[in-house]
Write a protein that binds this ligand. Structure first.
Ligand SMILES: *Cc1c(COP(=O)(O)O)cnc(C)c1O
Length: 348
């Protein structure tokens, strides 16, 4: 089975498993006199993440969702406050707890984005100037728009606008290494303009578990306390942090291979039955519109699964594919032939 549903399907490499086996550990739920984790491997991962992101400090979290929650609450968003995001951000679509009245009770305020999910800075300026939003949220790469990337100049501009009106910026950079690979730059060029940022170790980077929250020392100190309150302290977490450290080696360069695979795939399956905006295929995600194939996404997914290929239906008319390190160029070629054979047999 070729499984392209998500890059979260990536498996820990042999090297990661070896590092996990050998990891030095401590109680990550306890802090030393410097306010740091007692787990030495977690400390190493946090230091490395801080350095890569261009922030002073970092906090190891069990998931990206947890890291986003902690970040938003550490920025002191409180019940009734509105926070600025776009309608199709991961935070609006999946991390609903923030906006549930009986949970965190925040209110989303939506800013418009273009066809590639890039935020409209003039509209954001108008909203921040007049509104009550406490916090600007950005997502780079944008998951629902197919892994599209916000440039460094746009990141700086958006952050400058928010800062002008004293609103902090949190970057959901679950796949920020993919954006850095697309622009061929250091991650920190994209992440340092934001006040805080999160990235996932468990997606394209291939680690089994975990996400990093990065920010200044005071922010991370407060975030660590909140993580404990939310039940996110993890004890001998060095075992999984060790895999994260391996995942960060050459992460930007390695994701370029996934991007080449995605682009090759997109170019070779883009037909009227499976319409792809190839310009949006900037990183490792492909979204295809199958409206004119005359079948629902769920039905197509089902039929392709019988041919040995798994895709993700993301709406009635759209499917998503993601490439990651365990998907070889050969499997990509096989995918091309499964999809094209399927449509040729059905329609010719
Ligand atoms: C996956 C993802 C998250 C959440 O990460 P989990 O580890 O699955 O909780 C947040 N934001 C974006 C953009 C994502 O793609």
């Amino acid at each position: 089975m070729i499984d392209l549903r998500s890059d979260t399907l990536s498996k820990p490499s042999k090297e990661m498993r070896k590092a996990m086996y050998e990891a030095e550990t401590g109680d990550d739920g306890r802090i030393d006199s410097f306010g740091r984790s007692e787990d030495p491997t977690v400390r190493r991962l946090e230091d490395l993440s801080a350095e890569i992101s261009g922030h002073e400090a970092a906090l190891f979290c069990n998931s990206g969702t947890m890291a986003n929650y902690i970040a938003i609450l550490t920025h002191e968003a409180q019940r009734g406050d509105s926070i600025l995001t776009d309608r199709s951000s991961h935070i609006s679509r999946s991390e609903k707890g923030l906006f549930m009245e009986h949970l965190f009770g925040l209110t989303p305020e939506f800013y418009p984005v273009d066809d590639h999910g890039i935020p409209d800075s003039d509209a954001i300026e108008n909203i921040v100037k007049n509104g009550q939003s406490r916090l600007l949220l950005l997502e780079n790469t944008h998951n629902a728009y197919g892994g599209t990337c916000i440039s460094v100049s746009k990141m700086k501009k958006l952050c400058a606008i928010a800062h002008l009106y004293s609103a902090p910026v949190h970057l959901d950079g679950a796949r920020i290494f993919n954006a850095a690979a697309y622009f061929d730059i250091d991650v920190k060029a994209l992440t340092s303009p934001a006040d805080s940022m999160m990235f996932c170790l468990s997606k394209g980077l291939g680690a089994p578990v975990g996400s990093m929250l990065c920010g200044n020392r005071d922010f991370i100190y407060r975030a660590r306390k909140l993580r404990k309150i939310l039940g996110g302290s993890m004890r001998q977490a060095g075992v999984i942090a060790a895999a994260g450290i391996v995942a960060l080696e050459d992460a930007v360069e390695k994701s370029k291979v996934d991007h080449e695979n995605a682009l090759y795939l997109a170019r070779n399956i883009n037909t009227e039955y499976m319409k792809i905006d190839v310009d949006a295929v900037q990183t490792n995600i492909i979204i295809a519109d199958i409206s004119s194939s005359g079948r629902s996404a769920a039905h197509l997914v089902n039929e392709l699964e019988q041919k040995g290929l798994r895709l993700q239906a993301i709406s009635d008319t759209k499917v998503r594919m993601a490439t990651y390190k365990d998907i070889s160029a050969e499997e990509i070629k096989k995918t091309v032939s499964i999809i094209n054979n399927y449509f040729n047999n059905k329609y010719l």
